[in-house]
Write a protein that binds this ligand. Structure first.
Ligand SMILES: [Zn+2]
Length: 252
């Protein structure tokens, strides 16, 4: 049985920690020090690392972790990742602490971006966030829209373990798009309660994201109307997504 917890890093990163009670995997260790401190405190040894993409705040801690342990490092084959032992392209099934994990290619934020899926849980890096999605640094809007659509096809009760605490800012944008939405108001209230208690707003469930995340709702008539009032060339999902993502980039 795998237990999932998190290690906070930098300003708003979550490094997810998977443990079977003796060994651990971490997802996107951007910083080694807090990971080493937590593993030592729990008496765990690091068996492996899962990397979603190459950005420094997701892989910057690998070198120091490799000095302490000899973990396997699963990472995108097409990106430059420190110490990668198992290059992945998506479509593989890997073993993590005795659990099968599906590797999904989700290009958009970066071109080699991977997500790791097991029953009930998704580690999606900077692709899908609480009420938002990652910026398009390398991929096209069409690639990101397609990646998000494939994540949205997972079971509704899947917990979404994203890599950043961005939910409140994302909800402000979602509410600007749909000011009267009671579903959004309810999620805002839940998230505000969690954050003011010093708790993370993640993981959310996929069902919650499908109900409130504008980037998973590009076929919703209300959002199509907003997008078409803001330069979307047509009502197709990709066009709506492109427009909403552009509006998010400029949203303060
Ligand atoms: Zn990133």
């Amino acid at each position: 049985m795998i237990e999932i917890s998190f290690v906070s890093a930098f300003k708003d990163n979550y490094i997810w920690l998977l443990s079977d009670g003796q060994r651990a995997f971490v997802v996107d260790p951007g910083d080694a020090a807090p990971v080493i401190a937590r593993l030592d405190a729990l008496g765990l040894s690091l068996a492996g690392i899962l990397i979603t993409h190459h950005h420094a705040d997701h892989q910057g801690g690998i070198a120091a972790l490799l000095q302490r342990w000899q973990p396997v490092v699963f990472a995108p084959a097409s990106e430059s990742i420190t110490g990668c032992t198992h290059p992945l392209a998506g479509g593989e099934c890997i073993d993590v602490l005795g659990q099968s994990i599906d590797v999904l290619a989700v290009p958009g934020h970066t071109l080699g971006h991977l997500a790791y899926s097991l029953p009930g849980a998704l580690f999606c890096g900077d692709t899908l966030f609480g009420a938002g999605c990652g910026r398009l640094f390398e991929g096209t809007p069409a690639q990101m829209a397609d990646s998000l659509e494939r994540l949205a096809a997972l079971p509704d009760d899947t917990l979404i373990y994203c890599a950043h605490e961005y939910t409140e800012a994302n909800l402000r944008f979602a509410q600007a798009l749909e000011p009267g939405s009671p579903v959004l108001a309810a999620r805002c209230a839940r998230v505000a309660d969690l954050r003011s208690a010093g708790l993370p707003s993640v993981p959310s469930t996929l069902a919650e994201e499908k109900a409130t995340n504008p980037f998973l709702r590009c076929d919703d008539p209300a959002l199509i109307a907003v997008a078409q009032a803001n330069a979307a060339v047509n009502a197709e999902k990709v066009s709506v997504f492109t427009t909403l993502r552009g509006m998010r980039n400029n949203f303060q």
